[in-house]
Design a protein around this ligand. Structure first.
Ligand code: SAH
Length: 389
């Protein structure tokens, strides 16, 4: 088998599963992109089996600490294990993430389930090459009605892979009805954001909506209104949802009608909406900020910081006495500690200080591995404005 000898002190000796190109001492056996390679230390001891891609900075991603082929049997075992673990935790609902990449021992593979329909992403050459085997394994274990490939994620370019979408098995309906906690959605698995819904926020809808009864709510960066609709369902008295994309604003209106609730859907840049609401001296009892990732790289963290601070300063100014703010960052490069510091910075400017009610994170079906920090990306706070003192 072809392989890589990994330099001393590389991250793989500290629990991580990736080998960067700068950590390669030598490559032997001339492996092809996507091939399984053995990882060895300088004394020829096996560190495990990995998928190889010289086109990426991350040249190898370990998926087993033993010698292991990527065959049908392996995929069936890993998919079964992922499902069993979720079931044991009560985290295998009607819609959710079945496979979360490295966290499920399948680097670069993401599988989301919407009832009997599956959406698949293969973000590494190793997984991309083996799509037919993966679909076979999913069919054996889950017996889905359809498997749709959503390989339009730009990160595929880093692996030298083209952006493609399409049915891999069966036929994916254009407009799939799905119900989450009594809220009905219609999702487009073929072109909606993410794989159709923000499955990583499902637990947070519940958590935030638990505080919404009798409250006025402002849901910024609303997408198709999931936070707004859950709050409406929970008995909020007035709900404003702000979203910049016109089609999505339309979707929020349709969703509100479908669920027989009132949501004021506003098409606006949330930055502008927040600042004009402050100018109008409006207040809200509950504000939700769930912006897109303002930074895709470590390099742009500074400008992201300014963006985050701006919307937080405004949001804090809008809070009624003891009002609540639920805020999220989905960028891996913004750590929870940075996010906390930004919130403090915004508090100082807004002269509104807060207490933390909950630390918010990814749900159980998007597991985080502390030894692989890249598996964590979603972090948030639910905070309450402190009375002035
Ligand atoms: N809270 C949503 C997900 C939000 S994703 C949910 O749980 O389903 C971020 C959304 O912000 C996207 O729908 C995007 O279209 C929108 N968006 C991006 N920039 C914006 C801006 N400046 N103002 C308002 N909305 C924006």
């Amino acid at each position: 088998m072809a392989g890589i000898v990994v330099r001393p002190r590389a991250r793989i000796y500290h629990g991580h599963d990736w080998v960067y190109n700068t950590e390669v001492l030598k490559t032997f056996g001339d492996p092809a992109p996507g091939e399984v390679v053995s990882l060895k230390d300088g004394r020829d001891r096996l560190l495990g089996s990995a998928i190889y891609n010289p086109a990426s900075q991350i040249v190898a991603r370990r998926f087993s600490r033993q010698r292991q082929e990527l065959d049908l049997d392996f995929f069936v075992r890993r998919v079964r294990l992922a499902i069993q673990e979720r079931e044991a935790l009560g985290a295998f609902g009607l819609a959710g993430r079945v496979i979360w990449s490295e966290s499920d021992g399948l680097p670069g593979l993401i599988v989301d389930r919407y009832g009997e329909h599956l959406v698949l992403q293969t973000l590494t050459a190793g997984m991309d090459l083996r799509k037919p085997l993966i679909v076979e394994a999913l069919k054996l274990v889950l017996r889905p009605a359809s498997v749709f490939e959503r390989n339009d994620a730009p990160v595929r370019r880093a692996e030298g892979l083209p952006l493609v979408t399409g049915d891999l098995w069966g036929q994916t309906p254009p407009d799939l009805p799905i119900e989450l906690d009594g809220v009905s959605f219609r999702v487009d698995l073929r072109s909606g954001h993410k794989t159709g819904l923000y499955l990583d926020q499902v637990e947070n809808y519940r958590l935030v909506a638990a505080h919404a009864a009798g409250k006025t709510v402002l849901d910024c960066f609303s997408n198709q209104g999931a936070f707004a609709l859950h709050c409406a369902r929970a008995g909020a008295t007035r709900i404003v949802a702000v979203e910049s994309n016109a089609d999505l604003v339309q979707q929020i209106r349709l969703n509100a009608a479908r669920n027989q609730v009132e949501v004021e859907a506003v098409q606006a840049n949330a930055f502008d909406y927040l600042s004009s609401a402050v100018d109008r001296s409006e207040t809200f009892d509950l504000v939700i900020l769930d912006p897109p990732s303002f930074t895709k790289s470590r390099g742009s963290v500074d400008s992201a910081w300014r963006g985050y601070k701006e919307i937080h300063r405004r949001a804090l100014q809008l809070l009624s006495p003891r009002g609540l703010l639920a805020t999220f960052s989905c960028s891996h490069h913004v750590t929870r500690e940075m996010f906390r510091e930004m919130l403090v910075d915004a508090s100082v400017d807004a002269k509104r200080f807060v207490r933390v009610l909950n630390f918010l994170s990814q749900p159980l079906d998007h597991p985080i591995l502390p030894h692989l920090p890249e598996t964590e990306y979603l972090k948030g706070f639910l905070v309450q404005a402190l009375p002035g003192r």
